[in-house]
Design a protein around this ligand. Structure first.
Ligand SMILES: [Zn+2]
Length: 393
């Protein structure tokens, strides 16, 4: 299910994306807040148009709060050196989509915790306004309306902070837990697997709770508001479950191996440059992958003897199976590719513009008989061995 999206604005250079499910949900929120919250909190009730106005104001501040939550993730991620793809506002709040993965568990922890911390600070901020409003005379309807608005916003932000800290992917609490497990196990994939499972369990818990509420509401003949809450829980549960699973599948793919962009070799024809003879695209493996996972998942489909090791297109080193075989089998479960690869150095790669003679010279110096090829921006685009050069000659 993919709804159409549009870009609303750019903030700090980050596109803010909204999908078409969002305006009706914002309208529903305005309606619920002005018709129920305001009516319940302010007695005697304000005129309908005033409640609607305050409901709109609360809704705007609520979504601004969600946006601040996501921006906090995004800005901390930026400080950690990651690029931000965009921020999406959807019917359950927001999503700051990062390009690539945080480099360390500590970085992931800081990025994950930034959102709930900002929501918590916003709750305190609205609580202060609530206290100010409470110190005024409580007799007037205007003061009561202000109190109702600030109470709602403080509670909503507190809820956002707490809910997001539930320990399952894709929630922030899941990312915090994943960072801790990643640090302890030194294995990002197994940490992801555990927190993803927890995320799916949390989703089932929400769905069960929603079903329970619906049943109770039906049996007791309760108000329809109970149905709204229950249905919201159900939809949220289903959404979380699919997000947890797709997030994981995407990550699992991304963690295990990457394929470089297909490179147009025609532009190098007859140039005598490496670009004309290299093999491209190339499958690389990621440094966080455990050796056991590598053997189970990558080696069964890609029968090479040497693999470039890269993350997000950046070369980290070169893995040689000959070198890997020297490691005792019982250590495979714990070792990562990053620990057994040849770390990157000058002799292991060459730029696409370099001459074939230069590549020949480099290959002689290099114990693996393998060269990774990078483009002018330093991204891995192909590889090269002695046979490729022979064919060219
Ligand atoms: Zn968050």
């Amino acid at each position: 299910m993919r709804l159409k999206q549009f870009q609303l604005a750019r903030i700090f250079g980050i596109p803010l994306i909204i999908d078409y499910s969002w305006p009706p949900v914002a309208a529903l929120h305005i309606w619920l807040v002005s018709n129920f919250w305001m009516v319940a909190e302010v007695q005697p009730s304000l005129p309908r148009w005033q409640n609607l106005l305050i409901g709109t104001f609360i809704t705007a501040l609520f979504f601004a709060s969600v946006l601040i939550h996501e921006l906090s993730h995004a800005l901390v991620a930026k400080m950690e050196g990651l690029r931000i793809h965009d921020i999406q506002l959807h019917i359950f709040g927001g999503w700051a989509r990062l390009v690539g993965e945080p480099p360390t568990p500590m970085a992931e922890l800081r990025i994950a915790i930034a959102g709930p911390v900002s929501s918590f600070l916003l709750a305190v901020f609205f609580l202060l306004w609530l206290l100010i409003a409470q110190s005024l005379s409580a007799e007037s309807q205007e003061v009561m309306a202000a109190q109702a608005a600030f109470l709602y916003l403080a509670a909503a932000n507190l809820f956002l902070a707490m809910f997001n800290l539930l320990p399952g992917l894709p929630l922030d609490g899941g990312r915090v837990l994943r960072a801790i497990l990643w640090h302890r196990r030194k294995d990002i994939l197994s940490a992801t697997r555990t927190t993803m499972k927890l995320g799916v369990w949390l989703a089932y818990l929400l769905i069960s709770y929603g079903l329970l509420l619906i049943t109770l509401a039906a049996v007791r003949g309760r108000l329809w508001q109970d149905f709204v809450v229950a249905i919201w829980l159900l939809v949220l549960g289903v959404f979380l479950k699919s997000a947890a699973e797709s997030d994981y599948r995407h990550r699992e793919q991304q963690f295990a191996s990457e394929q470089t962009q297909p490179h147009d070799r025609k532009q190098w024809e007859g140039s005598g440059a490496v670009g004309a003879v290299m093999q491209s695209p190339v499958v690389s493996v990621t440094p966080d992958l455990s050796v056991a996972e590598f053997i189970d998942r990558i080696l069964t489909t890609h029968r090479h003897t040497i693999f470039p090791v890269a993350r997000d297109g950046r070369l980290h080193g070169v893995l040689s199976l000959a070198k890997l075989r020297e490691e005792p089998r019982e250590k495979w479960e714990k070792l990562t590719i990053g620990e057994v690869m040849e770390p990157i150095d000058e002799s292991l790669f060459i730029t696409v513009r370099a001459s074939v003679e230069h590549a020949q010279h480099k290959l002689k110096m290099n114990s693996l008989g393998f060269l990774a090829v990078i483009d002018q921006d330093g991204f891995l685009i192909g590889h090269l061995n002695a046979k490729d050069l022979e064919k060219a000659a």
